[in-house]
Design a protein around this ligand. Structure first.
Ligand code: NDP
Ligand code: 2IT
Length: 447
């Protein structure tokens, strides 16, 4: 057993016992621990302060009942949470997810990842995550509004511009943020930037909607540039059909990439010659309507395959942009067999631990989500500063800023990730982020 492996196993034993059954959380912790424990061990200040052990216990976990009335007049009850993981370098910051599969384990893993991601942006942002086990599919607009209002009735006690600033994530987009912010403003009697991803009419930032997907493409352009290559003509397989997937597709097309797939839980859409912008727009409209992608209009030249995964196609770059653990060892095998050169995560933790091992042993250059999908939260950070100043920047200026932030994240991860003449972006991102948070935590003493 290597020293690194032994350290990780010893560290994980009590964490596993304390968080039994929280598999996604344990998976996220182990992935970071394997890279940073040797750094912690070799720095007496970090080791004495037990930085990583502290980070595995969120500052607090808030759990609440959400009670609302559906269109039939029946009372509905859901469970909501906010996990405030760490505010060492700024207010808690991270999205809200509404999905029937959401568990506390998922929100703890997402909050943990967010601490490191937010540190990498270079902005003063702590980490957290929240959400509910609410299923928005098939719900009317009125039901979504009443759910958001009931959710905010509880959440509003725990958030604020200098305390905790939520945003969107799966199934929480501009519409939901509007209802959530409207409820917050009405409950508090104050107009303040306690949520990001707001509409442009009420304090939102230009480019926040596009930022995660565009930022992902800027990140892989920085990787390609570093390797003396470009995106032009590259075949790109994307999973998902939501905010991240469709904006990544849109930017990739602008940069002369060939987007060969998008997908949802109903199956995969394939365009062997590449998606057009019209085809991406159609997919986006289907998502907004709550509809699947199984029946594209003929003029878009898309074929739909119910049982296919994006990774069964031929491509150079894989961008998983749907959800956690969507790529298992078999899917990783397909990505390797497709001859891919880059796998960059748009989603948070889309690879199982086995898939990550397989990719690490292959020739593929892998970019972890905490680096490659940080564009969304970065522009959320800029939304917070625009709200604080009451001055707003143009879409062009924000887009330039986003590109620069993604290039800087790339540089930070590359600087810490040099290994045998190559770059290990996973290790580089984990170590760079850890050092920043650890320096703050150790400066505070024991609190
Ligand atoms: P959206 O709600 O906009 O879209 C998610 C889409 O993913 C849904 O349409 C869903 O399909 C699809 N999906 C879910 N599971 C699967 C699966 N197993 N295979 C194929 N498709 C699937 O969410 P986002 O785009 O906002 O989020 C996607 C990922 O990106 C998440 O991991 C999120 O945490 C991460 N992320 C999001 C950021 C943001 O700013 N929004 C920032 C950084 C990361 P269906 O409609 O069939 O359910
Ligand atoms: O996973 C993420 O980084 C997000 N869902 C965005 C968080 C944010 O606060 O903008």
């Amino acid at each position: 057993m290597t020293d690194r492996h032994a350290l990780t196993q010893t560290f994980m034993q009590p964490v596993t016992a304390r968080n039994s059954g929280q598999d996604t959380f344990l998976q996220a912790v182990e992935e970071v621990a394997a890279d940073v424990l040797t750094i912690e061990k070799n720095n007496p200040d970090y080791a004495t302060a037990k930085v990583l052990e502290r980070l595995t216990e969120p500052d607090r976990v808030i759990s609440f009942r959400v009670t609302w009335v559906d269109d039939a007049g029946d009372v509905q009850i859901n469970r909501g949470w906010r996990v405030q993981t760490c505010n060492a370098i700024g207010p808690y910051k991270g999205g809200l997810r509404f999905h029937p599969s959401v568990t506390l384990s998922d929100l703890k893993f997402l909050g943990f990842e967010q601490v490191f991601k937010n540190a990498l942006t270079g902005l003063p942002l702590g980490g957290g995550k929240g959400g509910a086990d609410f299923d928005p599919s098939g719900r009317s607009d009125g039901e979504i509004m009443r759910f958001c209002q009931a959710f905010m009735t509880e959440l509003s006690r725990y958030i604020g511009p200098d305390m905790d600033v939520p945003a969107g994530d799966i199934n929480v987009g501009t519409r939901e943020i509007g209802y959530l912010f409207g409820a917050y403003k009405s409950l508090k009697g104050q107009f303040e930037g306690a949520i990001t991803g707001k509409g442009m009419a009420f304090g939102g930032s230009a480019m926040r909607v596009e930022a995660t997907g565009y930022g992902l493409i800027y990140f892989i352009q920085a990787m390609l540039d570093h390797a003396g290559d470009t995106l032009s003509g590259k075949r790109i397989a994307i999973s998902g059909k939501g905010n991240v997937a469709t904006h990544a597709a849109e930017k990739a097309i602008c940069e002369d990439g060939i987007v060969v797939t998008l997908s949802d839980t109903s199956g995969t859409l394939i365009a062997d010659d590449g998606f057009s912008q019209d085809a991406v727009d159609w997919v986006r409209t289907q998502k907004q309507k709550g509809a699947d992608i199984s029946d594209p209009p003929a003029h878009l030249n898309l074929s739909f395959e119910k049982d296919a995964l994006p990774w069964d196609q031929s491509f150079d770059i894989a961008l998983p942009c749907a959800t956690q653990n969507e790529i298992d060892a078999n899917a990783a095998h397909s990505i390797i067999n497709a001859g891919a050169i880059i796998l960059a995560e748009g989603a948070n933790m889309p690879l199982t631990a086995d898939a990550l091992d397989k990719i690490a042993q292959s020739k593929i250059t892998y970019a972890p989500g905490k680096a490659s999908n940080a564009g969304g939260v970065a522009i959320s950070g800029l939304e917070m500063s625009q709200n604080a100043h009451g001055q707003f920047e143009s879409a062009d200026a924000i887009d330039q800023n986003l590109k620069k932030i993604m290039q800087d994240i790339h540089a930070r991860a590359a600087a810490e990730g040099r290994e045998d003449g190559k770059i290990n972006y996973r290790r580089g991102a984990n170590v760079a982020a850890y050092r920043k948070v650890a320096d703050a935590i150790t400066a505070f003493g024991v609190v």
